[in-house]
Design a protein around this ligand. Structure first.
Ligand SMILES: *Cc1c(COP(=O)(O)O)cnc(C)c1O
Length: 397
């Protein structure tokens, strides 16, 4: 079975490019050039050098001894939390800004929900001296003030979006509208493995550095480049796609993706797309989607702002359908508990998103000798308000 994208931009029945006529030139330009640029030795040299000296790669693969003892298996953490700006998102933005420059673009736009992708985009725009415009729902602008300030300090213009629910989905629509109006000088940096072809494949290839490193790091530390299992959280699915990529064809390696079930699958406040969704079209791609009977997109919820997307990348829909990956979910409370466990056992404060991946360690029985890699997608500084609330609720303060 081939799990990567086909020539038409599909993963089985998922993917494609369902876009308005006006957007076709932008998408065609990117589609016709991205593989050439990614394969160009000069691009590779520049990308690799920036990943090393600017982002701080390779990110360590850390054997978590006390966490392993707690769960009765061998747990390794892929430390994407140690990257510059604190998450995996910078792997993608560094790559895309280099592509934008090669396409002669001088202006960058992006959408952001919690502000993490906005910050990663504003960062590389400052690095390259390119103009940066970030669309962000007005509600998110109010909820995520520290990231808004960071983007402004980096020189980005943050435009609050007033349409719809004033959150991520609406910010994405506005960014698409901007791109259609500015097709010549502007590149749109999408923040996850979503959107029309070629974005899901492009972002997957840029995040694939995660599993590329994992292979030799595991070989060095365990004597085998294959783990038994890889666990990653999924919002749109970019950190999971990167952590899975080089293992997709190694069917013995179990791939586990973890969605956010918020206050519970049946609570009406959740973001577990694979359980609650059915195929539909969102942001130019056919994929699993949370929608009502009329096809209206349902508002997702999770305590973690990076996971509350109503869709999911088309490759993940295909991995789900073919059973190549198992989709699990964790609630707000399970993730919070897992975040505190990691902090107290290993001295690492994870992002709330990553804590969803950690939460699954308690739900699945692993053998003592099994090697389990958890992709620690980001660090938890941005989540201190939620963690403080948990501490006061549980008399930990
Ligand atoms: C944005 C974010 C995610 C979710 O995005 P994916 O594309 O699913 O990886 C997960 N973890 C962190 C730390 C994030 O910032």
């Amino acid at each position: 079975m081939k799990y990567t994208v086909d020539e038409r931009g599909y993963y089985g029945e998922f993917g494609g490019a369902f876009i308005p006529e006006m957007m076709v030139p932008n998408i065609e330009e990117l589609r016709d050039n991205y593989l050439k640029i990614l394969g160009d030795p000069e691009f590779r040299a520049e990308y690799t050098s920036l990943l090393k000296d600017y982002v701080g790669r390779p990110s360590p693969l850390y054997f978590a001894k006390r966490l392993s003892e707690f769960h009765g298996t061998r747990i390794y953490l892929k430390r994407e939390d140690l990257n510059h700006t604190g998450a995996h998102k910078i792997n993608n933005t560094v790559g895309q800004i280099l592509i934008a420059r090669r396409l002669g673009k001088t202006r960058i736009i992006a959408e952001t929900g919690a502000g993490q992708h906005g910050v990663a985009t504003a960062t590389v725009c400052a690095l390259m001296g390119l103009q940066c415009v970030v669309y962000m729902g007005k509600l998110d602008v109010e909820r995520q003030e520290p990231n808004v300030l960071r983007m402004k300090m980096l020189g980005a213009e943050v435009i609050p979006v007033l349409s719809g629910n004033m959150t991520l989905k609406d910010a994405t629509n506005e960014a698409i509208r901007d791109w259609i109006s500015n097709p010549v000088d502007t590149h749109y940096i999408i923040g996850s493995v979503v959107g029309p072809h070629p974005y899901p494949d492009l972002v997957t290839r840029l995040q694939a550095v995660i599993s590329e490193e994992m292979q030799w790091q595991l070989q060095q530390q365990t004597g085998n480049s294959d783990p038994d299992c890889i666990i990653a959280c999924v919002g749109g699915g970019s950190n999971a796609a990167g952590a899975f990529y080089h293992y997709l064809d190694r069917e013995k390696v179990r791939l586990i993706a973890v969605e956010a079930s918020g206050k519970g699958i049946d609570s009406g406040e959740s973001a577990a797309t694979m359980v609650l969704g059915r195929p539909g079209i969102i942001h130019g791609s056919r994929t699993m989607l949370m929608q009502d009977e009329d096809g209206q997109i349902q508002e997702p919820y999770s305590v973690s702002a990076g996971l509350d997307y109503p869709g999911i990348g088309p490759m993940h829909s295909f991995l789900h359908k073919t059973h190549r990956a198992t989709f699990e979910h964790a609630t707000d409370d399970e993730a919070l508990e897992a975040a505190f466990r990691l902090t107290r056992l290993e001295g690492i404060v994870p992002a709330l998103e990553s804590a969803h991946a950690l939460a699954v360690l308690k739900k699945i029985r692993f053998d003592k000798t099994e090697v389990v890699v958890v992709n620690l997608s980001g660090r938890g500084d941005k989540d201190m308000v939620a963690y403080m609330k948990y501490m006061s609720d549980h008399q930990l303060l």
